[in-house]
Design a binder for this molecule. Structure first.
Ligand code: ZN
Length: 283
């Protein structure tokens, strides 16, 4: 099942069209995307049993670029991100791989919809295509074997980064440098985990203004999704609606010669196989 936040209403996206969750369920489920994500197992069961008719014939591909789409989680309690989690990306950044996941946060006020504009705050603003994990259960102490049971689903994300602020100071400012306004678009919808048996077998791409820069597979991750979720849960309590940005493959702007940073007018298209695509215009 795919669920979107369309014009502020939780909306199931099917190949035949859109299903407004609250109206088709006669109010059994909320209009709120956050409440639906926190109640996803029941929503999924209802959807398969009731097989509700569409409320709008708009198809998934017609939703691409739609400015009415909001983030698939509006108010997560925690947002985690993993630095240098792709082998080739670590090589291009000339940084050594670490023995455990390197975690930072993207502050929640940087979240935005999948097609929102990106205000450029600096001349070193960079793009990073990322697979985003949406947590669906309260959990601690997960093992590698059961880690994915806490995952509600996945979506496409961008970890936009101001490289200057990110690397300023010692230790550097990863969290602030990646948290300017609209630096964390996610979407276009949440695809539930039952449809993605292996999150480490997905294509991931980023195209900027017509040129392909990132084109990789999530199988290049240093730490798999299960390893990241398990590692985090040894320290913190994971909560429904939490987000994990799982790192970016090689090909970001800083890795180019000369560097290719974003400028107003650039059109950034980020796509992950089976999860869809998001589009952000720099302004
Ligand atoms: Zn990143």
């Amino acid at each position: 099942m795919r669920i979107a936040n369309l014009a502020g209403r939780a909306t199931i996206v099917t190949d035949q069209g859109l299903v407004d969750v609250a109206s088709r369920s006669n109010g059994a489920f909320s209009t709120s995307i956050d409440k639906c994500v926190r109640n996803l197992d029941n929503l999924l069961t209802w959807f398969h049993a009731a097989q509700p008719e569409v409320t709008d014939p708009t198809t998934p591909s017609e939703l691409y670029g739609d400015a009415r789409l909001g983030p698939v989680v509006l108010n997560p309690q925690q947002i985690f991100a993993v630095a240098l989690n792709y082998r080739h990306h670590a090589e291009e950044m000339k940084l050594a791989l670490s023995k455990q996941p390197t975690i930072f946060t993207k502050f929640a006020s940087s979240l935005c919809g999948p097609n929102d504009e990106l205000p450029i705050p600096s001349d070193t603003t960079d793009f990073e295509a990322e697979l985003v994990v949406v947590i669906g259960a309260t959990a601690r102490g997960l093992t590698l074997e059961n880690a994915l049971t806490a995952v509600a689903g996945y979506c496409v994300g961008q970890d936009f980064s101001d490289r200057t602020l990110q690397m300023q100071g010692a230790p550097p400012q990863y969290s602030l440098g990646k948290s300017y306004r609209n630096f964390s678009p996610i979407g276009p919808w949440l695809t539930t985990a039952d449809e993605i048996p292996d999150p480490n077998n997905l294509s991931i791409r980023c195209n900027v203004s017509g040129d392909d820069y990132q084109d990789a597979f999530t199988s290049d991750m240093v730490f798999t999704v299960a390893e990241i979720v398990s590692y985090l849960s040894d320290v913190v309590e994971l909560r429904p609606g939490d987000l994990i940005f799982t790192g970016s493959p090689h090909g970001s702007g800083q890795g180019q010669t000369p560097p290719r940073f974003l400028k107003p007018g650039d059109h950034v298209v980020t796509e992950i196989g089976r999860l869809g695509r998001i589009e952000n215009r720099a302004v």
